[in-house]
Ligand binder design. Structure first.
Ligand code: G4P
Length: 289
């Protein structure tokens, strides 16, 4: 059985536990900050989260924006805004965009802060639960925001021991996801998009098929970047032929003059993931359900 199949089979049980823990903790928090991968904002979300958090204020952190197409990320931010969700672009590798986080929390929770002020509840910190599927950069985000002063708060009354609370400063506390949130694995496109970015391991997938599927997307929106990297290409062909053209350009030829498509596929995926082809977003806001 492949890892993916295994994940699908144990997904429901694990989500039940995480769902229960999140529900238990919701009354203790003021907002939910959801970290997603800016290159694939739809596929890198948990399908149940929206329903789970109900009307709790929600902020989306489009992380890894350093690897995404800035124009597309900006459109995602606008798109979430129309849904009443605040969103910011982040690069937790360099720290870019992080300074906007606290202000975004305060703006999102302006009504609550006003209520606290009116009631004289000054000094009450805002509590934000940070959620996200594995590999979106949740830990990097918490480490960045908490910085050197990162202090774990344990044994909070009413909070089960083991929950990961972090005091950022006297105004803000973060809670790490209590459990693991999974993506919508049962959707083949989601699985592929997670594989393109490297969030799912290649060895469980057909690498040539994956590279062909990636080329299908790139040849719609990023022909210029493909040609800048691999030279002029004939796009009037199927994605297998396109992969062959790219492989040939790199001298990946086996006996008989055929392209070594497996090597070409591995090279293409590696060059996509390391942004050698460019800063590329694989999902666009207009296709968001
Ligand atoms: P998680 O807690 O959500 O599972 O994710 P985590 O922070 O462990 O990050 C997963 C990978 O993504 C890490 O790379 C991390 O460095 C990288 N990453 C996180 N945020 C950003 C970002 O904004 N930009 C870029 N380019 N990368 C980011 P890794 O290869 O697994 O580890 P390492 O090479 O950093 O040691």
């Amino acid at each position: 059985m492949s890892d993916t199949q295994q994940s699908i089979q144990w997904f429901p049980g694990h989500m039940t536990k995480t769902r229960r823990k999140i529900k238990e903790l919701l009354p203790l928090i003021d907002a939910v900050a959801e970290v997603v991968d800016a290159r694939i904002p739809s596929s890198s979300r948990n399908p149940e989260l929206k329903e789970l958090i109900g009307d709790k204020p929600h902020i989306i952190l489009l992380n890894k924006c350093d690897m995404a197409d800035k124009a597309v990320t900006d459109l995602w931010i606008k798109h979430y805004k129309t849904q009443g969700i605040a969103a910011i672009a982040l690069d937790c590798k360099s720290g870019k965009g992080l300074s906007a986080f606290k202000d975004t929390v305060k703006t999102t929770l302006a009504e609550k802060l006003e209520y606290y002020r009116q009631k004289g509840m000054v000094g009450k910190p805002l509590r934000v639960m940070v959620v996200g599927i594995p590999n979106v950069g949740k830990s990097s985000f918490i480490n960045r925001v908490a910085g050197k002063t990162r202090a774990k708060v344990e044994n909070r009354p009413g909070v089960t021991r083991g929950n990961q609370w972090f005091t950022i400063d006297k105004e803000l506390e973060l809670l790490d996801t209590p459990g693991v949130l999974w993506p919508k694995f049962e959707d083949a496109t989601v699985g592929e998009h997670l594989a393109f970015t490297g969030a799912v391991r290649d060895r469980i997938l057909d690498i040539e098929l994956l590279a062909m599927r990636l080329l299908e997307i790139l040849s719609v929106n990023y022909r210029d970047l493909l040609e800048a990297r691999y030279g002029s290409l004939d796009f009037e062909c199927d994605s297998y032929d396109l992969l062959c053209q790219i492989g040939k350009k790199r001298g990946m030829v086996i006996r008989g003059g055929e392209t070594d498509t497996e090597r070409a596929a591995a090279m293409l995926l590696e060059e996509y993931r390391s942004c050698k082809i460019g800063f590329i977003s694989l999902e666009r806001a207009e296709s968001d359900a």
